[in-house]
Design a protein around this ligand. Structure first.
Ligand code: DGJ
Length: 730
């Protein structure tokens, strides 16, 4: 049993294989947080100490016990208005406009399986796995609000999840001003925050900083999880590194605007809140209605970032991703975007497919430009009918010609958008987010469709399925190419404006759920201008996401490094593209581009008719290599072997078989010097008592040597060389 309850002490303990989470109902019915970390026995109530601290308020019942203040007590679901002046997880406003409430414990319930959330993604158990749920109910009867705190446990995965359901139990409307999914207080310890910031085409850049006094806030107000910040963070002990130390990986399963705050308070305690963004958010709760906060998944490791990442990778890959291709090798694809952009016809697409298929590529993906009037990015979105003039006939003909080559076929869509120059906008201007009487802010010359409205989702769904029903599609790339603004829903009325972005995300999830249900064998890859909606919530619907619009192999080293902390290799869409690279102008060797792209779900993004004969031979070898190593890449353990600063002038990572029988070490040199010192890359995760043989050269290395000294990186003339070294246990 993972959930232990001491009725007398009102002590709740959640145990996973290696971790413990504990909380308790303390005086006056408050639910205090006691502990989250390494597995422990016993009652940790003693961590709560009481001192009278000036200007920290006391509950009315405490009277002269001025040492009891919520301002200093670690809480499970902190709220504004009860004397806790730290950043609250929860805040509501009543019908009179008064903010705040005071949540007290009411009851608990234990369920024999892991909860799911209606309309929202949530981690689930697989056959043979045991999940459990603890629900704790808190209430403020004066204000008329009830909160179900949900704790999910998958013991074997060391996974603890949290969510909250907010319910109006009064007769009047109330307004949820903030409803985090998790609030996590740390009474002791000195921590760093690791987060992943970025920008379009340069997402998830690693940043580590001390948690100092005050509030550090990251998040998105863009309606998507965004290129700018990832909804995955790490709270790391000061000494934590890849190989050792305390660290908590915390990931929000939500693809809209989000908020993550980390605060060090007046007595050096640390609090993390994470959930839906509260800026521009105000959720009207009518009597008896509910708001469901998206799920947060959490893993803890005392053994450093590599172990934490391995746990999070397994949770995302096995307990969040779904569908036919969840754990299957996906077809090696060639995408038309960087090959031809909008400038193509049906024959061009078939020609790209033909050459690619001859070299072993398995699927053609027709990107943007096949529908409506869409010869650039200024028109056509919303008109989901095949442009037969451009394609030279019905889409089914193109699909057949591609399939006759023995390839699978994939197609690009962008359902959430409308161009002003489109039939849809002419017929239904009210379907777009535009504030009446104001000129909208444009993004890529397009407007957001109001996916909070069912009829809008239905209109796009019906148009798209009319196309898809007629062709045999194996894959969809679902894109989203602007941030959301001009938020105004014609049907909701202005009092509900603060709910629309949340309902929009539910609309997107509903669209994907229905699409997958209609074509269960089809594989959906997510995309938002590359990695602008690269979050674990989206991965529930799209087990692969185009990681970045930047296909430059050297930029990808940083992007994929940051991404690897919270997300497994299998979700990372990664392609070999042409040089000079279309985003940076940089030229890198063909082999380097392939080595980098193999740290993901592999494909090509160029016209292979235009590469040299020598490079065509390389493509054949790369395809074979990827197939040969796929099991190791996707089912093995991923290790970062160098840090973000690539201090030795190399970036290195490896994949290790779970039984330690083999590893594939990948190295890219990022600096070139004359008479350079030989960099050594320490190889992790191997059997230190074994000997490993380099499959290509026959060189032998002791496991201990690889672990302690490392592999010497070959010094080779030229820029950006890459090496893949396959070591097999003797
Ligand atoms: C942005 C995507 O990330 C690209 O790969 C491509 O699909 C374009 N959109 C098409 O407009």
């Amino acid at each position: 049993m993972a959930i232990l309850i001491n009725e007398e002490k009102k002590l709740f303990t959640l145990n996973t294989k290696n971790t413990t989470y504990q909380m308790k109902v303390i005086d006056y019915g408050y639910l205090a947080h006691l502990y989250y970390g390494k597995k422990m026995d016993g009652d940790m109530s003693y961590v709560i100490t009481h001192y009278d601290r000036g200007f920290s308020g006391n509950p009315y019942e405490a009277q002269e016990h001025r040492e009891f203040s919520l301002d200093n007590i670690p809480l499970e679901y902190s709220c504004y208005g009860n004397g806790d002046f730290r950043t609250p997880a929860f805040n509501i406003k009543d019908i009179e406009g008064i903010h705040g409430c005071d949540l007290r414990y009411v009851s608990y319930e234990v369920m024999d399986s892991k909860y799911s959330l209606k309309g929202l993604p949530a981690a689930y158990t697989n056959d043979g796995e045991k999940g459990e749920t603890l629900k704790i109910v808190l209430q403020d009867p004066q204000v008329g609000v009830e909160v179900d705190l949900l704790y999910g446990i998958i013991e074997d995965k060391d996974l603890i999840t949290r969510s909250a359901i907010i319910r109006n139990i009064s007769d009047a409307d109330i307004f949820v001003a903030k409803a985090s999914s998790v609030s996590l207080d740390f009474v002791t310890g000195d921590y760093d925050l690791i987060h992943f910031h970025g920008r379009h085409a340069m997402e998830r850049m690693y940043e580590r900083e001390a948690i100092n006094h005050g509030v550090k806030k990251i998040g998105s107000t863009r309606g998507t999880s965004s290129h700018q910040h990832s909804p995955f963070v790490v709270i790391a002990g000061k000494d934590a590194n890849e190989d050792a130390g305390d660290c908590y990986g915390i990931s929000l399963l939500y693809s809209g605007s989000f908020n993550c705050e980390v605060e060090k308070d007046q007595t050096d305690q640390v609090r993390l809140n994470m959930g839906v963004q509260d800026e521009m958010f105000e959720y009207v709760l009518y009597p008896e209605s509910e708001f469901v906060a998206p799920e947060v998944v959490m893993v803890y490791s005392p053994d450093g970032f590599a172990d934490m990442s391995h746990k999070m990778h397994d949770v995302v890959r096995y307990n969040i991703c779904r569908g036919e291709y969840k754990t299957k090798r996906r077809p090696i694809l060639i995408n038309s975007w960087e090959a031809v952009y909008f400038d193509f016809n049906g024959d061009d697409i078939v020609n790209i497919a033909k050459q690619a298929s001859e070299l072993g590529v398995e699927m053609l993906v027709l990107d943007d430009g096949w529908f409506g009037v869409r010869n650039d990015d200024k028109s056509g979105l919303g008109d989901w009918f095949v442009n037969e003039d451009k394609m030279g006939g019905p889409m089914a003909d193109v699909v057949k010609r591609v399939k006759d080559l023995g390839m699978k076929f994939g197609i690009w869509i962008e359902p959430e958008m409308v161009s002003e120059k489109s039939n849809l906008f002419k017929e239904h201007p009210d379907y777009a987010f535009v504030i009446p009487g104001r000129k909208p802010v444009m993004g890529r010359s397009q407007l957001n469709l109001d996916f909070s409205r069912k009829e809008v989702v239905n209109c796009i769904f019906d148009q798209m399925t009319a196309v898809l029903d007629k062709i045999d599609v194996d894959y969809i790339k679902m894109d989203m190419n602007r941030s959301i603004l001009n938020v105004y829903s014609m049907t909701e009325g202005i009092q509900n404006n603060g709910t629309i972005l949340y309902k929009y995300v539910l609309g997107v999830y509903d669209f994907m759920e229905r699409l997958q249900a209609r074509y269960p064998k089809m594989f959906i890859e997510g995309c938002s201008g590359g990695g602008g909606r690269f979050d674990a919530g989206m991965m529930y619907y799209t087990p692969q996401i185009w990681c970045s619009d930047d296909t430059d192999a050297i930029c990808r080293l940083d992007i994929q490094y940051g991404t690897s902390f919270g997300y497994p290799i299998s979700v990372v869409g990664s392609h070999v593209s042409a040089v000079p690279n279309h985003q940076t102008g940089r030229t890198t060797p063909f082999n380097t581009r392939a080595v980098v792209a193999m740290a993901g779900s592999f494909g090509y993004e160029l016209d292979l008719n235009k590469v040299s004969d020598e490079e065509k031979e390389e493509v054949k070898a790369q395809v074979e290599n990827y197939k040969k190593y796929w099991d190791l890449l996707h089912n093995g353990l991923y290790y970062r072997l160098t840090d973000a600063d690539k201090s030795k002038g190399v970036a290195a990572w490896s994949f290790v078989a779970r039984d330690k029988s083999e590893t594939l070490v990948n190295i890219v040199t990022v600096e070139s010097f004359c008479n350079a010192p030989v960099p050594f890359v320490r190889v992790k995760g191997l059997d230190v008592d074994a000997t490993y043989v380099d499959e290509e050269t026959g060189a032998e290395y002791s496991g201990q040597g690889l672990d302690q000294i490392g592999l010497p990186v070959p010094l080779k003339f030229g820029e950006y060389n890459a090496y893949q070294i396959h070591l097999v246990r003797k």
